[in-house]
Design a protein around this ligand. Structure first.
Ligand code: 2P0
Length: 332
């Protein structure tokens, strides 16, 4: 038997950050997070389960992948095989339209597309919630990419993670908000988000303050999204990002993801606001900055960001859709 399915998933950017795990192996977070799915950056993945294969293979952008990245894919396929009760191997082919230099976690779209294609190919018929819960075990932020528009990852309470998955807050067409990914020139050695989160949870005295601040941020941002209020959504997202990054400064040893140009871009965004342009930044586990703005300010925001010394590129995106399936085939 050979069964193939292909799926496309978009990356997402968190407006309320996922920062901290309560269970590392099940990937269970310490707090709810909320994101917007992005149209411009995605992964397309083809999974082919074949009884004739003796092991899994993984190709990314037509090149064979080995080592840690391969290991994470086969571990994830083990979960899918276990769920389906079918011990068959697969060939996985992924094409990433997520510029890694833009500082987007390609793991979000990558694991969402892998989860969708593999579960479908092996014959699992999962609801969106079930698919999100499965996807979470590949990479936490990926569970939000099952949905288009705005999604919230409910951290859940249970030890087994059965209540930890994302739900949609508002669909793609609810609000035409834009995101600019500001790319900086950097060869800085990065602390991975996994290692950074772990160090923060274990050592930062600011971590409890971060966790305590989440419920009110979530409530306010959801109200802002419902009202399509860029000032409210932007101000909460920016403050939430700053609180997340503040926890890293309290870690031992301390660290930051910011470069000098990161701070210059943050100040440029704040200057845009002083001129009456509602633009707000957010930053993930890296030096690049994402800027939220409205369509009518696209030209000005883009031009202003491109002029900042040290900025090498600015990539624009709209709100994106959730998982799409691009066809499957079963040969008995
Ligand atoms: C987020 N980040 O909410 C946060 C903000 C980085 C900063 O999710 O260990 O690659 O695979 O669950 O999902 C990056 O972490 O980590 C991330 P794992 P992931 O988008």
């Amino acid at each position: 038997m050979k069964a193939t399915a292909k799926a496309k998933a978009h990356t997402n950017i968190a407006l309320i950050k996922y920062w901290g795990k309560r269970n590392e192996s099940l990937i269970l977070p310490t707090n709810n997070s909320l994101s917007v799915t992005l149209d411009g950056f995605y992964t397309t993945t083809n999974v082919s389960f074949d009884e004739g294969l003796t092991h899994d293979t993984f190709y990314l952008n037509d090149e064979v992948v080995e080592g840690e990245q391969y290991h994470r894919v086969t571990q994830f396929l083990d979960l899918v095989r276990q769920l389906a009760g079918k011990p068959i191997h697969a060939q996985v082919r992924s094409i990433n339209a997520v510029p890694t230099a833009a500082g987007f976690a390609s793991s979000a779209s990558g694991f969402a597309a892998l989860a969708a294609a593999s579960s479908r190919a092996i014959g699992l018929d999962l609801s969106d919630s079930e698919l999100s819960r499965l996807t979470r075990q590949g990479s936490g932020s990926a569970c939000r990419s099952i949905f288009g528009g705005f999604a919230e990852w409910e951290k859940g309470e249970k030890e087994d993670g059965s209540d930890s998955f994302a739900i949609q807050i508002a669909p793609k067409d609810h609000w035409d908000i834009r995101v600019a990914a500001v790319v900086l020139s950097s060869k800085m050695k990065k602390v991975s988000s996994r290692a950074g989160m772990r160090r923060t949870v274990e050592t930062s005295p600011f971590f409890n303050g971060w966790i305590e601040s989440i419920p009110s941020d979530l409530e306010a941002i959801k109200q802002g999204i419902a009202n399509r209020d860029i000032e409210q959504v932007g101000a909460i997202a920016e403050a939430n990002c700053l609180k997340m990054h503040a926890t890293t400064l309290g870690a031992s040893p301390p660290f930051t993801y910011w470069l000098d140009t990161t701070v210059t871009v943050m100040q440029t965004v704040q200057q845009l606001r002083e001129q009456g342009i509602p633009a707000y930044f957010t930053i993930d586990a890296g030096p690049n900055v994402k800027v939220l703005y409205l369509p009518e300010h696209e030209q000005l925001v883009q031009t202003t960001l491109r002029e900042v010394p040290g900025v090498t590129d600015v990539k624009l995106s709209r709100v994106g859709q959730g998982i799409t399936y691009l066809g499957d085939e079963t040969i008995v």
